[in-house]
Design a binder for this molecule. Structure first.
Ligand code: ADP
Length: 553
C-alpha cells in the first residue's frame, strides 16, 4: 500500500522560499571594517532572484557550476540560495588552498562563473589565468568598485561588478522545478594524499541534513536564534548552519574576513548570536582572549558547536567554567555533509561522567548509521571498547566522488566498503551510539605493536595550565618502530620543561605511552580550515626543523 501523501520535492528552492517569505523579518548581519551591515530575509529573497537573472544573462542556463571565492557574508548567502534554486551547482572554493590545488579543483569541477569578494581579488587574480573553464568573474562586496579589476581582466575573462549585474534585474524569478536528487552544491576534500576529491551534495541530502542540524540533538534552532557560522562557507557548507538557519528562520551573523579573536569577540558583542560554530583552534584563541580581558562577556551565546578535530575537555571546561559558554562537540566530514553526530549528554549524567561524554565525538543523529569495523572488515560490538575503523552510511553520506576517474587520488575506491563510507577514523561506539575516536588512521602511533592515541595525549597536554597548543605525532624508532613526539606551544613566560610535562602526563598514562621526544614551538601548523596539520609536523621533524629534547624513553 502506498501512502496518500503528496510527493513534494525537498529542494533548496523550497528552503529559500520558506525562509525569505514566512521569515522575511529575520536578518543577515555582516561584519564590516567599522561595524555591521544588515539585510532582511525578505530582501535576501529579492536579491537571490536578481542574482539568478544575472547569472542567466551570463550563460548559466543548466547545471553549470558557479563557484564562490568568498568569506562568510550576505552575498555568499545569496549565492547559496540562488545558484542551486535556479538548477545550477554551487561550488564553494577554499580560499586558503595552495594555488595548484585550487586550479586543479576549479578545472576539475569545470567552474563557469566565479563570484569573488573584493578583498580577495589580488589573491584570485593570480590563479584566474589558469582556470580554463571560467568565462565570467563577478566581484562582490562593499568595495568592489575600488578593487583591482584590471588584474582580473588581464586573464582575458569577462569581469563584472556583482552589484552592476544585479542592479536592473527583476525581483521575482521563475524558479524551475528541480529534482530533489539533482546536484545542489559541491565541495572538495582537502586532499591529504593525491588530489582533492569532489563531493556533490543533492537538494534532498542538503534538506535532510539541514533538518538534522536544526534538531535539538544538534543545534536546536528556532527563529528566535541568531546563528554565527565562523566555520567558513567553503568548509563543508559551514556545517549546514546557513541552510539550517534559513530553514528555521533563525537570523545569521556573518563575520566576513574578521576572524581573529579580538574582532570576533567585538562582532559577537555587536550582533548578539545565540549559536555559533567553529573548529577548536578558533575557540582556543577566543578563550585566551577572554582570559586576558577581565569583564568581557559573550552572554548572548547559548551554544557553541565545535568539531573538525577533537575538542579538548580543557577548552570546553575553560569556556564553561570561566566564561559561562557551553560547547557541544560534533563529528563529521566533507563526505557526510558534514554533521553526523553531536554530543548532547545522556539524561542523568552529571559531574565528571558528563565530561567523559563531552569528550566524545557525540551520539549518531537519526539519518546516519554507524559501525566499527575490525582489521578483517567485520563489524565489532558497540561496547565502548572494541577499537576499529568507523564506517557510516545514510542519505547525507556520499556514495562516491565526482568523476573520480579523472583524479590522481589513488585511494578514492578504497573509501567505500559494502555501501558504507570508510571514514579513516579509528575509535569505538558505545551501547548508546556515542562515538569515541582515538585517532585518524593515518595519525595512529604504533609503538612495539601497541596503539598510542595521539588525540588522548594532546587533550591531556592541553589541560596543563601552561600549554596553549599541542600536537603529538609518531616518529620512526629503531626499537619500537614508532614513538610519540609532542610538539608544544607554551603560554608566554612559562618555564615548564619537557620533564614537567612528562610527569604531568604520567598521572593518566602508562609509562610506555608517554612521549619521549619533545619540541617547543611558536605555533602548531594549521590546515586550510584551521586544524592542526600533523603532516606538516611530521615533515618538519624529518627535515630537522625542531629542536628535539629526549626525555625518559
Ligand atoms: P579534512 O580535515 O581532511 O580537511 P574534513 O573537514 O572533511 O576534511 O575532515 C573530516 C575529519 O575531521 C574526520 O574524518 C575526522 O578525522 C576529523 N574530525 C571531525 N570532527 C572531529 C571531532 N569532533 N573529533 C575528532 N576528529 C574530528
Amino acid at each position: 500500500m502506498k501512502s496518500t501523501m503528496q510527493d513534494a520535492q525537498l529542494t533548496i528552492g523550497s528552503v529559500m522560499k520558506h525562509g525569505t517569505t514566512v521569515h522575511g523579518d529575520s536578518e543577515v548581519v555582516t561584519a564590516t571594517a567599522d561595524g555591521t551591515r544588515t539585510l532582511s530575509y525578505a530582501d535576501l529573497g529579492r536579491r537571490a532572484s536578481r542574482l539568478a537573472h544575472g547569472l542567466r544573462s551570463v550563460g548559466i542556463t543548466g547545471d553549470q557550476r558557479v563557484a564562490t571565492f568568498m568569506w562568510n557574508n550576505a552575498e555568499h548567502l545569496e549565492a547559496y540560495l540562488a545558484i542551486p534554486s535556479m538548477g545550477a551547482v554551487l561550488h564553494t572554493l577554499n580560499i586558503r588552498l595552495f594555488p595548484e590545488q585550487l586550479v586543479y579543483i576549479a578545472n576539475h569541477a569545470e567552474d563557469r562563473v566565479v563570484i569573488v569578494d573584493d578583498s580577495l581579488v589580488p589573491l584570485f587574480a593570480q590563479e584566474l589565468p589558469q582556470l580554463t573553464s571560467v568565462t565570467h568573474v563577478l566581484v562582490s562586496g562593499p568595495d568592489a568598485a575600488a578593487a583591482d579589476l584590471d588584474a582580473l581582466r588581464a586573464s582575458g575573462k569577462e569581469v563584472l561588478l556583482y552589484e552592476d549585474l544585479l542592479a536592473d534585474q527583476p525581483e521575482e524569478f521563475d524558479w524551475p522545478e528541480v529534482d530533489e536528487r539533482d546536484a545542489a552544491a559541491m565541495c572538495y576534500t582537502s586532499g591529504t594524499t593525491g588530489n582533492p576529491k569532489g563531493v556533490v551534495y543533492g537538494h534532498r541530502s542538503a534538506w535532510l541534513h539541514s533538518l538534522a542540524v536544526s534538531t535539538g540533538n544538534a543545534a536546536g534552532l528556532d527563529f528566535h536564534d541568531r546563528v554565527l557560522p565562523i566555520v567558513p562557507m567553503f568548509h563543508a557548507n559551514a556545517w549546514g548552519l546557513a541552510y539550517a538557519a534559513v530553514m528555521t528562520g533563525a537570523s545569521l551573523c556573518m563575520p566576513d574576513r574578521w576572524l581573529q579573536a579580538e574582532p570576533l569577540v567585538r562582532f559577537i558583542q555587536a550582533s548578539r548570536p545565540t549559536v555559533s560554530g567553529a573548529v577548536p583552534t578558533v575557540w582556543n584563541d577566543v578563550l585566551a582572549f577572554l582570559d586576558g580581558h577581565d569583564g568581557v562577556r559573550l552572554d548572548s551565546l547559548r551554544l557553541i558547536l565545535c568539531g573538525g578535530s577533537a575538542v579538548p575537555v580543557s577548552l570546553q571546561r575553560g569556556l564553561q567554567e570561566r566564561h559561562g559558554l557551553y560547547i557541544r562537540q560534533a563529528w563529521g566530514m566533507t563526505e557526510t555533509s558534514p554533521v553526523a553526530s553531536a554530543g548532547l549528554v545522556p539524561i542523568g549524567i552529571e559531574g565528571e561522567a558528563e565530561w567523559s561524554y563531552r569528550a566524545s565525538q557525540g551520539r549518531l543523529l537519526c539519518g546516519v548509521e554507524g559501525r566499527i569495523v575490525g582489521d578483517e572488515g567485520t563489524p565489532l560490538p558497540w561496547d565502548g571498547e572494541s577499537v576499529g575503523e568507523l564506517e557510516v552510511r545514510g542519505p547525507w553520506v556520499t556514495g562516491g566522488y565526482y568523476n573520480p576517474g579523472d583524479t590522481l587520488s589513488e585511494d578514492a575506491d578504497e573509501k567505500f566498503h559494502d555501501g558504507w563510507l570508510r571514514t579513516g577514523d579509528v575509535g569505538t561506539l558505545d551501547p548508546l551510539g556515542y562515538i569515541r575516536l582515538s585517532d585518524r588512521a593515518k595519525d595512529v602511533i604504533k609503538s612495539g605493536g601497541e596503539w598510542i592515541s595521539s588525540v588522548d595525549l594532546e587533550n591531556a597536554l592541553m589541560g596543563h595550565p601552561d600549554v596553549v597548543e599541542a600536537a603529538v605525532v609518531g616518529i620512526p624508532d629503531e626499537k619500537w618502530q614508532e614513538r610519540p613526539l609532542a610538539t608544544v606551544v607554551l603560554r608566554e613566560g612559562a618555564t615548564t620543561t619537557p620533564e614537567d610535562l612528562r610527569t604531568y602526563l604520567g598521572r593518566s598514562f602508562a609509562k610506555w605511552q608517554l612521549p619521549d621526544a619533545w619540541a617547543f614551538t611558536d605555533q602548531v601548523p594549521r590546515t586550510s580550515v584551521g586544524k592542526f596539520d600533523k603532516k606538516v609536523v611530521r615533515r618538519g621533524f624529518a627535515e630537522g626543523q625542531y629542536d628535539v629534547h629526549r626525555v625518559g624513553g
